[in-house]
Design a protein around this ligand. Structure first.
Ligand SMILES: *Cc1c(COP(=O)(O)O)cnc(C)c1O
Length: 391
């Protein structure tokens, strides 16, 4: 297994063949200089990297403890860290001679990111989406269509993400020749978790260099939210060997981890297989995967990337959770104090920084990975606060 007892390739035969083809290509190109240079070129000229490392002076003074910095993934093109991964995988797909990208999406964020990469590289794009999700996220459906993607409505079962995954996988297994399956987080069968990490680790590498320029040292803490875990592993990876740097992943506690409405996989999950990998999973007493809940669509996932399960196991990363209420408060706080409206996902990490900073001394440093911008979440936060918007 790739990550201690976690990871693996738990997929049926026809899909395993396709996964092995991706694995072979990834092994071939991950150290290929021309490939890596092309990846860096698009990160720089298209995605707007390096993203800024911003010293949050107002927040630091207000909380009266550790110095707080934000890694501004929200300033990337399309407003989140997801662009790093889709550029990497789309470039790999092109090298493999594939003409079409296929993906599933729940709330639409990964679908929009994938459609963006497809447009950039002149590839066909097909996004599978549950019909119920399409009705809820019609703006993102239109966005994907504007970007040239075909959105396939999935009418099976509950018509949400789970059925969209199945539908996308079936299509993939029928069109292996031309199609690349693009996964949106550090999850799925090997090599996806490792490959997504490698496309996201630029976040932590930049943090290290940028903080050294201004503070001439390593941070004491790096904090990131974790849904599938791609922005978190991207922010953490370069610091894993630096044992003095504390790494904290923050997952969604929803309405509270003592209720049924949460997505606190690391806190309450058990070892199981989900989406082709062995990892921690939220399950029911009968072994079925639990329905999960979070105000944040990006963190609303019953599994977690296998490398996180491993890093928890060996005690290198600490995982905590933040509730909807704490995260919405952090969303409001950062907007008011720093003039930055964070994604509701990222607000979970901000909530942990708000709890932690006052307990630390003024010479300590926290870096929070601000995985995305919050424009997309304004409507939902208004609803959470019973603020009436007129359409
Ligand atoms: C998708 C998303 C996440 C969750 O995904 P990870 O793979 O856990 O990073 C977090 N933040 C934002 C802004 C997202 O769009």
């Amino acid at each position: 297994m790739e990550f201690g007892k976690f990871g693996g390739q738990y997929v049926p035969g026809p899909i395993l063949k396709a996964v092995k083809e991706v694995e072979e290509a990834y092994n071939k190109y991950k150290h290929d200089e021309a490939f890596l240079n092309e990846f860096k070129f698009y990160l720089k000229t298209y995605a707007n990297r390096p993203s800024l490392l911003y010293y949050a002076k107002n927040m630091t003074e207000d909380l009266g403890g550790a110095k707080i910095y934000f890694k501004r993934e929200d300033l990337n093109h399309t407003g989140a860290h997801k662009i790093n991964n889709v550029i990497g995988q789309a470039l790999l797909a092109k090298r493999m001679g594939k003409k079409k990208l296929i993906a599933e999406t729940g709330a639409g964020q990964h679908g929009v990111a994938t459609a963006t990469a497809a447009a950039l590289f002149g590839m066909e794009c097909e996004i599978h989406m549950g019909y119920v999700d399409m009705l809820k996220q019609s703006l993102n459906v239109y966005r994907m269509e504007l970007l040239g993607a075909k959105v396939v409505a999935v009418h099976d079962g509950l018509k949400t993400l789970k059925e969209a995954v199945d539908s996308a996988l079936i299509t993939w297994s029928q069109e292996l020749e031309d199609t690349f399956y693009l996964i949106g987080s550090a999850v799925g069968p090997h090599p996806y978790p490792m490959m997504v990490r490698d496309f996201q680790k630029v976040i932590g590498e930049e943090i290290k260099v940028q903080l050294d320029e201004v503070e001439h040292r390593l941070p004491d803490y790096v904090i990131a939210c974790a849904g599938g875990g791609s922005n978190a592993i991207g922010a953490f990876y370069d610091f894993i060997e630096n044992k003095e740097v504390n790494l904290i992943g923050v997952e969604a506690a929803g309405k509270g981890i003592d209720t049924k409405d949460h997505a606190a996989t690391m806190t309450l999950g058990k070892e199981a297989v989900i989406h082709g990998m062995r990892t921690l999973v939220l399950t029911e007493p009968n072994g079925e995967i639990s329905p999960v809940y979070s105000i944040s669509a990006g963190l609303d996932y019953p599994g977690i990337g296998p490398e996180h399960a491993y890093l928890k196991d060996i005690g290198r990363v600490t995982y905590v959770s933040a509730t909807d209420e704490e995260s919405v408060s952090a969303f409001e706080y950062l907007s008011k104090v720093e003039g930055i409206i964070p994604a509701i996902e990222s607000s979970h990490a901000v909530a942990e920084a708000i709890r932690l900073a006052p307990k630390l001394s003024k010479d300590q440093i926290i870096v929070v990975n601000l995985s995305g911008r919050g424009d997309k979440d304004v409507k939902q936060v208004a609803k959470f606060r019973n603020y009436e918007l007129i359409d």
